[in-house]
Design a binder for this molecule. Structure first.
Ligand code: AMP
Length: 398
């Protein structure tokens, strides 16, 4: 499935392209069609799965296709940080379609309060709010919910844990009954079910079970510029006794060129790619199993389904675009309760991707400093780094 399959407004497709979103994540594949069909939804999905875009994209598409001169959507989130992140995604996706949003969260000074009040008076298509602060602003009476079409509860379980139940129920009492309600939650305890039964109408249910890397994998990462990656590999192999290693790279061409680059620094490796005949591939896998070939280079095809035990090191020469692929790649090592090491090279452009992986696996991977001889490395700052801006349109125009 691709984003083309949703027939989104082309302004939205341009934004997706610019933000480097090439393929919907599983939660997006499942949730977007349901939301486009105007059905209520309960989705069990954690941070890192792409859940925010799963509801933001179809809602933006609906707003873009309507005459949007009124408040259309209310998104409730537990914390100021999450509200800000959602707002950033809304702003990014609506770059070419002129949909406006206002974040309403607590914690600021009096000036912030006044700014939020003014923004509310002026109006917007989407309000993203923490429940407590929205209740306070509601008292001022400047919010007109009469034409509201969507209510989203993001991280609903956390909102309830933080004691927002009454605030949420109160906020909902201001909203039209004839609306679409979407509830996203990482867990589904009974209190979420109770809330859902009160505020949703015949909801569809979807659940994404996320894979977690095995506990025996020692996950490491280096921040590195592209031209430091080969010397870094040299350093990693120096004085170590890895018996069986897979190096993953993003494309077939990269895989092929890596074989030669590695040869130059004295590392014998073979590349595994789709240009090889079936027979050649089988021979190569046999040689890898028997340790005749100790270092194998491949793309993500190699991460699915190769069945070789005893791989002691996996190197991600670049960060896989799909966080789930990271889990598949590093899952080639430390199989069946054994130990293994997984090392990822992160260049300055791949930081956001790596951050998404850390979100999916719910842990931060320590960044090992580069050996001093390789010079300075980029600084890990995924929140401020910008993705590469591509402006070639690949979607279907309506
Ligand atoms: P979330 O689960 O909504 O917190 O998203 C986690 C991260 O994945 C965010 O940094 C998103 O920008 C990114 N992301 C979400 N969907 C996609 C996609 N289809 N392709 C690439 N990155 C994505």
């Amino acid at each position: 499935m691709t984003f083309d399959d949703f027939y989104f407004d082309y302004g939205l497709m341009d934004a997706l392209d610019a933000m480097g979103f090439n393929k919907p994540t599983p939660i997006q594949e499942m949730a977007i069609p349901v939301i486009l069909e105007h059905k209520d939804l309960i989705a069990c999905a954690q941070t890192g799965t792409g859940k925010t875009a799963a509801y933001v994209l179809p809602i933006l598409n609906k707003i873009a296709e309507s005459d949007h001169s009124h408040l259309n959507t209310l998104i409730l989130a537990p914390t100021r940080e999450l509200a800000m992140q959602i707002d950033q995604q809304v702003q990014g996706f609506s770059y070419y379609i002129q949909v406006s949003s206002i974040p309403i969260y607590g914690g600021g000074d009096g000036a912030t309060w006044e700014q939020q009040k003014k923004a509310l008076k002026h109006g917007a298509d989407i309000i993203i709010a923490t429940p407590g602060r929205l209740i306070s602003q509601l008292a001022s009476g400047d919010i007109n919910f009469t034409k509201l079409e969507h209510l989203v509860l993001d991280e609903a379980d956390r909102m309830l844990d933080m004691g927002f139940y009454d605030d949420i129920v109160k906020i909902i009492s201001y909203l039209p009954k004839d609306r679409q309600t979407l509830l996203f939650s990482a867990t589904m305890p009974p209190k979420i079910r109770t809330l859902a039964s009160k505020i949703l109408y015949k909801p569809e249910e979807i659940s994404i079970s996320i894979s977690k890397p095995a506990a025996g994998i020692d996950q490491q990462a280096y921040m590195t510029y592209d031209n430091q990656k080969i010397p870094l590999l040299g350093e990693i192999f120096k004085g170590t006794s890895y018996q069986s290693v897979i190096i993953f790279a993003g494309t077939k061409d990269k895989v092929k060129s890596l074989q030669f680059e590695l040869k130059k620094i004295g590392l014998k490796a073979k590349s595994f790619h789709s240009d090889l005949e079936q027979k050649e591939r089988e021979e190569l896998m046999n040689d890898f199993r028997s340790r005749k070939v100790q270092v194998l280079i491949g793309t993500d095809i190699l991460s699915r389904g190769i069945d070789v035990d005893g791989i002691d090191l996996v190197v991600n020469y670049d960060v896989p675009p799909d966080p789930e692929d990271y889990v598949h790649r590093i899952g080639r090592t430390a199989r069946a309760e054994t130990k293994g090491t997984a090392i990822t090279f992160i260049n300055e452009k791949d930081q956001r991707r790596f951050h998404a992986i850390e979100g999916l696996i719910e842990r931060e991977i320590p960044k090992t400093p580069l050996p001093a001889s390789l010079g300075a490395a980029p600084i890990y700052s995924p929140r401020t780094s910008k993705p590469e801006h591509k402006r070639t349109f690949k979607g279907k125009r309506k």
